[in-house]
Design a protein around this ligand. Structure first.
Ligand SMILES: [Zn+2]
Length: 499
């Protein structure tokens, strides 16, 4: 009964969404008019079960079903339910006020508050995220984590480039899925309903940024920091400075900037943003392979023991590290070593950097991974992109999260890999499955390799893929010219290997 559902939702909002009791009559009337209810419910509800709710799933499901039975389609119902949860959540100014008050007591209390509000308002769909397939493991002594994300839409590098080129205008509102104008928005053809989204503004290195959580949650407390203006991704010093200032404010989070070019960047290049969270990515656990010296005594420079060449700069002085990181970025952007196929630019820029900053005690670490998006006739996907035979598993650009060892694979793989397994177990079923599922033919080479015994299991195949991708994106491939190129780049950086 809808009047009872309204009462349950109101009680849920008081218990879990910080709704103040004095506002309950007002919101009851709002909900009654929204659902065309003439008189409120006066019976009992199960208070205890609502008190104990960790996620709002049962309420969301009830309201979704009600809306669908009432004639809305799934998308309309989702927009309406999201709007209602958003209405019952603290308004943005109140959210900011509470966040800041908690921040002054303890930084973690503030992020816990925003994260929990995200879950309780159904913005972060915890149950759905927990259904993602997560397979942690080790390859060549390195930890990597393979995941199949069931909620994140898959985008091709072509789509990503096209979205970047699209002029911003009155046709698209919000201009992109992470624009700050999504807060409270009912959604559009290209953006999800975000009635329940809340943003926390902050000034970092001369710009205004907004903190929010990712609704797709790749890892614990996966947050996004978004530039106020809808401006394309650029790797530049003023934004690198914002990374350092962010970890000063939230030392329990890492923060990283995807590179600013297609193939080697994230899925949204049209709006400057960072990704962070309360999580230790595999790369952050890796030891140094080569210690470097030469520029400053108060900075520790190293190359990490990781398949994709990554530099780490450590030190206590933020300003010096920022200068050093910027020098690194500028040097790499101009570095060309043709014999090793490293060409920084043609008619367009190809070289760029993925950067991540962490702070432990008083020491900052900035991870800098040189990237390049050059393509060729033989490798139209990119010279430093996933090898063609593995693109059926992962085709999207390899952003910072993956470059650091946490792989986000598309939802379709859950079904497809099950079918691969079925064919490998029972090869006589191959043709029948190909006929029923057109997309499965593209896995033929992988199926054959599995039957031949190249991979013992699907997990084995996934780890081979993750490790392979980390080698593929490496700009200094481990052969003669790669090493020569690396030595030459170190010289340009005025760094040399320590004995
Ligand atoms: Zn935007």
């Amino acid at each position: 009964m809808i009047s009872r559902m309204i009462e349950e939702l109101l009680y849920y909002a008081i218990r879990h969404l910080h709704l103040i009791e004095e506002d309950a009559i007002f919101y009851r009337n709002y909900l009654m008019s929204e659902f065309n209810v003439k008189a409120p419910y006066d019976g009992e509800i199960n208070y205890k079960s609502i008190d104990e709710m960790i996620v709002p799933d049962t309420l969301v499901e009830q309201f979704m079903n009600y809306c669908i039975n009432d004639g809305l389609n799934e998308k309309e119902a989702e927009a309406k339910v999201t709007k209602i949860f958003g209405m019952l959540s603290p308004i943005p100014s109140k959210t900011i006020e509470t966040f800041n008050a908690l921040y002054n007591v303890d930084k973690r209390l503030a992020t816990d508050y925003l994260y929990d509000l995200g879950i309780k308002s159904n913005y972060i769909q915890k149950t759905k995220i927990e259904q993602n397939v997560v397979i942690p493991g080790e390859v060549d002594g390195n930890e990597i984590v393979m995941t199949i994300n069931l909620s994140k839409p898959e985008k091709s590098n072509k789509d990503i480039k096209a979205a970047l080129a699209k002029p911003v205008g009155d046709v698209a509102y919000p201009a992109c899925p992470i624009c700050i104008t999504n807060e409270g928005c009912i959604g559009s053809a290209k953006t999800a309903p975000r009635g329940n989204l809340r943003l926390i503004p902050m000034e970092l290195a001369g710009n205004t940024w907004y903190l929010q959580y990712s609704p797709y949650g790749y890892y614990n407390e996966h947050c996004i920091l978004i530039l106020k203006e809808h401006l394309p991704m650029v790797v530049k010093k003023e934004y690198l400075a914002a990374l350092f200032e962010f970890v000063d404010l939230f030392p329990h989070y890492f923060i990283g900037a995807n590179s600013d070019l297609p193939i080697v960047g994230g899925s949204i290049l049209s709006h400057e943003h960072f990704q962070g969270g309360n999580y230790v990515l595999p790369l952050m656990k890796v030891k140094d392979k080569i210690l470097l010296k030469g520029r400053r005594d108060d900075v520790v420079y190293s190359i990490l023991d990781w398949p994709a060449t990554c530099f780490a700069l450590r030190g206590k002085d933020k300003k010096i590290l920022l200068d050093e990181a910027d020098n690194f970025v500028q040097t790499w952007k101009k570095f060309t070593f043709e014999k090793a196929n490293i060409i920084c630019s043609t008619s367009e820029q190809h070289s760029t950097v993925t950067s991540i900053v962490t702070k432990n005690d008083e020491t900052y670490t900035v991870y800098l991974m040189p990237r390049n998006n050059l393509t060729s006739e033989e490798l139209p996907g990119g010279l430093y992109h996933v090898r063609p035979e593995l693109q059926i598993i992962k085709n999207e650009g390899i952003g910072l999260i993956e470059a650091m060892g946490l792989f986000i694979l598309p939802a379709r793989l859950k079904r497809q890999l099950k079918l691969v397994e079925e064919i490998v177990k029972n090869p006589s079923k191959r043709e029948e499955i190909y006929q029923n599922y057109e997309d499965m033919k593209a896995f033929e080479h992988i199926i054959n390799e599995m039957i031949e015994g190249k991979f013992n299991s699907i997990d084995d195949l996934l780890f081979y893929t993750g490790n392979g991708i980390l080698h593929d994106i490496n700009v200094f491939k481990d052969e003669r010219y790669g090493n020569e190129a690396l030595n030459c780049f170190l010289k340009e950086l005025e760094l040399c290997k320590q004995d």
